[in-house]
Write a protein that binds this ligand. Structure first.
Ligand SMILES: [Zn+2]
Ligand SMILES: [Zn+2]
Length: 307
């Protein structure tokens, strides 16, 4: 339930001018205005599940995009039933006047794959179908050492780019220059994981393995562990256990129940297990820096169904 300072669920990942929006609770478009996230940007929306506090912002957001004459296509991914929900409000309000592509996820696996990153989904453990998501950047080319390239007589130009991206090159004089002679090994991409509403799960631990940041729901504190289990939620301590088991860089607690006007108790309980924990606040911004240590980059199988 929203409180004066805390809105319902929505998390935006801003990456090179593109926006990945995870959940779209009521009031999301207003927060987007405050966060200066434009409505005409390249955008993909990932919905965890069809509870009101995660989707009631969609009708308003799509209306505003139409009003602003968005032309770019909008891609929305989520559980089965998402298309029916969008059709239901669109039939009353009028459909979006821009291309809308809706994908319902049928299996765990890669939901979206682009040139620089992909988005994976695994099943969460909540009431009804719910998905946890990971944004996984592809490894980036290692650091290029121009002084080494010059010393080896590699002419400056397009060849440098090819060598940086892993290609070996034969120079005009017949000498072979290996990419590894000039370029460090590839740097791992960033990994950002969002739990959605869920009891703690093994699948989420695997999804979050080595993540730079895990945004995990913490609806209740330890006193209400039983209630959390009944309702398909997690306590702050349980979120911290997932973070510790997965070895993430930072844990961000979100989806705090309105019964905690001051969520300090949740922070305290989580930090006992995982010290690098913070509580998400509305409009909080976190810059995700890649961690130096390598981690697994294994995809899980499966593919979404395009509707
Ligand atoms: Zn829910
Ligand atoms: Zn919820």
């Amino acid at each position: 339930m929203p409180t004066p300072s805390r809105g319902s669920s929505a998390l935006a990942v801003k990456r090179k001018g593109e926006v990945l929006l995870f959940d779209c609770g009521e009031g999301t478009q207003q927060r987007m205005v405050a966060a200066r996230i434009g409505f005409r940007r390249s955008t993909r929306i990932f919905i965890t599940h069809l509870h009101g506090d995660h989707i009631l912002g969609l009708p308003g957001l799509l209306q505003t995009m139409t009003l602003l004459r968005r032309e770019r296509p909008l891609h929305i991914y989520g559980p089965r039933g998402l298309l029916d929900f969008i059709k239901a409000f669109s039939s009353t309000l009028g459909g979006p006047a821009f291309p809308l592509e809706v994908y319902e996820i049928l299996d765990e696996g890669i939901v979206y794959s682009g040139a620089e990153y992909r988005v994976d989904a695994v099943r969460a453990d909540h009431e009804g179908e719910c998905w946890s998501y990971a944004v996984v950047e592809h490894p980036r080319p290692g650091r290029f050492h121009p002084e080494r390239a010059r010393a080896l007589g590699v002419p400056e130009g397009p060849l440098w780019g090819r060598i940086q991206h892993g290609a070996d090159a034969v120079l005009d004089d017949g000498r072979l220059v290996r990419s590894a002679d000039v370029v460090d090994s590839p740097r791992r991409g960033r990994r950002i994981v969002y739990s959605g509403d869920t009891r703690p799960t093994e699948a989420l631990v695997r999804l979050a393995e080595g993540a730079d940041i895990l945004i995990h729901e913490a609806t209740f504190d330890d006193v209400l562990t039983e209630r959390a289990m009944e309702d398909g939620h997690s306590t702050a301590s349980q979120a911290a256990e997932v973070a510790a088991a997965a070895g993430v860089g930072m844990l961000m607690l979100t989806h705090i129940s309105s019964r905690y006007p001051d969520p300090a108790v949740l922070l305290e309980q989580a930090r006992e297990t995982f010290p690098n924990t913070r509580i998400a606040e509305d409009l909080m911004e976190v810059e995700v820096q890649p961690r130096p240590d390598p981690s697994t980059d294994a995809a899980v199988g499966g593919s979404p169904r395009r509707l």
